[in-house]
Design a protein around this ligand. Structure first.
Ligand code: PAF
Length: 306
């Protein structure tokens, strides 16, 4: 269905079509209208729909979100879109890794039903002028270094929610502030969508999975382990009863500062929902960090209820 319509309308979007593997149909389109038509048809059949928003270059972390979405919904849409408006002027928009063929394989294996892979022009009209901007939750942590980032995230996620109208949407806890921001947007703007947060997936040696890990050379890849080492140490301190933020954070910083290739952007303790800084661990506590390894900015965190 998509392939025929697309041939006439958007021949330039070369990736659109239907992929059949082992009897399972998975469709891919770059068109908003086609997503809407498909989702409407599923709704007509009384099926539930899950959405996994991604920027592509999918790895095991994304797969865990898709697996969960497949387990909890009748149909699953994966959006695969490097969203230009969430990148700052000097950030890595052009360098951001892309591999749609590998993404298709992973989605197919995980049992997704549809990939939405639009061109930027499909998402943003030349005179696009409406943004979702959030105060407070988006201002601390990553919001300090990336002041326009969450405006771009909220806007694209809001658009994706309107396009797909899912019952549930899946986000990784690795981007813990993003998860808090999305939950707040959904609450504040009365969006009838359940937000499902999923655990961080790590490499065998502890490094949190991230598409940006591909930027690291061998030496940097080794140096990047200071993030998870600091996370595990902070977690251990809290498990052992330490509650003072300064005590925990200063030990975590010490671990990171011992690595010459690492430069701390922030290491902070906040409430996991409001992202307000905490002097003492209490409630649902987020301990989060952003660290440059060479020129690559990596994030990691842990959340603990105390
Ligand atoms: O987490 C991401 O990959 C992106 O920020 C998201 C949620 C897909 C929005 O572009």
């Amino acid at each position: 269905m998509f392939a025929n319509k697309l041939a006439g309308r958007y021949a330039c979007i070369g990736f659109a079509g239907v992929v059949r593997i082992g009897g399972i149909l998975m469709e891919i389109t770059g068109l908003i209208d086609e997503v809407r038509k498909q989702v409407k048809e599923w709704r007509r059949q009384g099926l539930t729909v899950g959405l996994v928003p991604t920027m592509g270059y999918l790895h095991e972390g994304h797969k865990s979100l898709i697996d969960r979405a497949v387990a909890e919904n009748d149909r699953v849409v994966v959006s695969d879109f490097v969203n230009p408006i969430q990148f700052g002027v000097n950030e890595d928009l052009d360098a951001y890794p892309r591999d749609i063929e590998a993404d298709k394989r992973l989605c197919r294996q995980a049992g997704a039903d549809l990939i939405f892979h639009p061109e930027p022009e499909e998402m943003y009209a030349p005179d696009f002028s409406t943004y979702v901007e959030m105060q407070k939750v988006s201002e601390g942590l990553c919001g300090k270094t990336r002041p326009t980032h969450f405006k771009g995230v909220c806007t694209v996620v809001c658009k994706l929610f309107h396009i797909v109208m899912p019952d549930r949407a899946y986000f990784g806890q690795k981007d813990a502030q993003q998860l808090a921001v999305i939950r707040r947007m959904v609450r504040d703007l009365d969006m009838d969508i359940q937000i499902v947060g999923c655990p961080i997936i790590r490499e065998a040696d502890g490094l949190a999975k991230s598409s940006r890990n591909t930027y690291l050379n061998e030496e940097e890849r080794r140096a990047a382990l200071v993030l998870s080492r600091a996370v595990f140490h902070g977690e251990e301190m809290m498990k052992n009863g330490e509650r003072d933020a300064d005590t925990i954070l200063s030990q975590m910083r010490k671990i990171i500062e011992a690595e010459p290739l690492a430069r701390i952007d922030y290491v902070e303790m906040t409430d996991a929902d409001s992202i307000k800084p905490l002097a003492r661990a209490q409630g649902r506590v987020l301990t989060a960090m952003a660290v440059y390894i060479g020129t690559t900015r990596l994030i990691d965190n842990f959340i603990m209820e105390v």
